[in-house]
Design a protein around this ligand. Structure first.
Ligand SMILES: *Cc1c(COP(=O)(O)O)cnc(C)c1O
Length: 407
């Protein structure tokens, strides 16, 4: 690379990704094939429109790529129609709302400070500005309160009920949501951005049979390139989605990323991906158990999926923000997260979110989870002892060096 400044920071970032234990639940490491596709000459091509209906010439190859991406995605999730063009999960959600709603329509979604995503109605997001969002909540144990969902649905009469979250450690009962939606004649949409890899492998029930629209990212548990997808079994809704994505809210699709998505779907169809997804869940269970054994309080008391939420404030007296900084010091990357009924503001918060998708891609196993839990626990124990923190950092480096990245 001729640009020395950017090259420097890419090299440094590679080193950071190599040396740290990545527990951010929304991140992952892509395969070499996906990296090659995303860094390919496909980035040069304009292809506004859809396969065989483009606004530009020379789309013969990218048409094949987009068709492959669609077909593989349909097979993976057992769905009739898919749009693979959204640049991100947020854009996919914007398109989904526009396909189903008019400005000002009411939507019922999970409370943002209890696990919902920004695009599920935050004031500073287009979602909260264009539509009238109402929140359902969690029980004090941290589970979705379906009785409240139903009560609010009947009271508010939203046009859309939305399920899906960024920090929910348990299974979501899509059948129950669908039943409530049908009871009041609302659309039902699922944003499965976090759990897509588990849904693809049957480790989380699929929302496809229940939802009018399912959106997802491709870069979290699905282990693909950064991007979004939108799926439906309804042809009328599909037509709407297509025209909303282009020309509604996007211009030319990112064909290099769509090629990466196609590879991602193919990889996720392999038996080895099922094994991978099972290992994510096993590792997460093990990490949860090891933390609980060391006296940490987990929201809902455990996990069903790829992530867990620690109430670090009541476990160790540190805020999520302080805990995040402390673990960073020993090479463990996590993010602070609000917990249900948090008494601290979101930028400080009482919780830590940890996920096992990225480290499982590197081959971390259950024995490694014991070592990670031990390092985390020691960091809190010796938080004011620099010599000890250096020693813990060495243990972290030993772990990451034993599972090198492949780039
Ligand atoms: C990550 C996430 C998104 C947004 O994805 P981006 O690609 O960052 O825009 C949307 N919804 C949920 C539930 C998410 O977790």
């Amino acid at each position: 690379m001729l640009d020395k400044e950017i090259k420097h920071f890419i090299t440094e970032e590679r080193k950071r990704q190599e040396d740290n234990i990545e527990l951010i639940a929304s991140e992952n490491y892509v395969s070499n094939d996906i990296l090659e596709a995303v860094g390919s000459i496909l980035t040069n091509k304009y292809a506004e429109g859809y396969p065989s209906r483009r606004y530009y010439g020379g789309c013969v190859n990218v048409d094949e790529i987009e068709n492959l991406a669609r077909e593989r995605c349909k097979q993976l999730f057992n769905v009739k129609y898919v749009n693979v063009q959204p640049h991100s999960g947020s854009t996919a959600n914007m398109a989904a709302y526009r396909a189903l709603l008019n400005k000002g329509d009411k939507v019922l979604s999970m409370s943002l400070d209890q696990g919902g995503h920004l695009t599920h109605g935050h004031q500073l997001s287009f979602s909260g500005q264009d539509y009238e969002f109402y929140s359902y909540h969690l029980t004090k144990e941290g589970f979705i309160d379906y009785d409240e969902v139903r009560r609010l649905a009947i009271e508010i009469k939203p046009r859309l009920i939305l399920a899906g979250a960024s920090a929910y450690p348990r299974m979501i009962d899509f059948a129950k949501f669908k039943e409530i939606s049908d009871e009041i004649g609302a659309f039902f949409m699922v944003d499965m951005a976090h759990i897509a890899g588990l849904v693809a492998t049957g480790l989380h029930p699929s929302p496809i049979p229940y939802a009018d629209i399912v959106t997802s990212t491709t870069h979290k548990t699905l282990r693909g390139p950064r991007g979004g997808i939108i799926m439906t079994n309804n042809y009328q809704i599909y037509k709407k989605i297509n025209s909303v994505v282009f020309p509604g809210i996007q211009g030319g699709p990112l064909m290099h990323v769509i090629a990466g998505k196609a590879i991602c779907f193919k990889e996720a169809l392999e038996p080895s991906f099922k094994e991978y997804a099972q290992n994510i869940v096993n590792n997460c269970h093990r990490l949860a158990d090891e933390l609980i054994q060391r006296g940490y309080k987990l929201i809902t008391g455990g996990t069903d999926n790829h992530l867990l939420l620690v109430d670090i404030f009541s476990s160790r007296g540190l805020s999520g923000k302080e805990a995040e900084t402390l673990l960073d010091r020993v090479g463990i990357t996590v993010n602070k997260n609000s917990i249900p009924f948090d008494t601290l503001p979101p930028m400080i918060s009482s919780g830590l979110r940890m996920g096992t998708a990225a480290i499982t891609s590197r081959g971390f196993n259950e024995a490694d989870m014991v070592e990670i839990a031990e390092c985390i626990d020691l960091a809190f124990k010796y938080k004011d002892d620099d010599t000890m923190l250096d020693k813990i950092h060495d243990r972290v480096l030993k772990l990451t060096r034993s599972h090198p990245l492949w780039y």
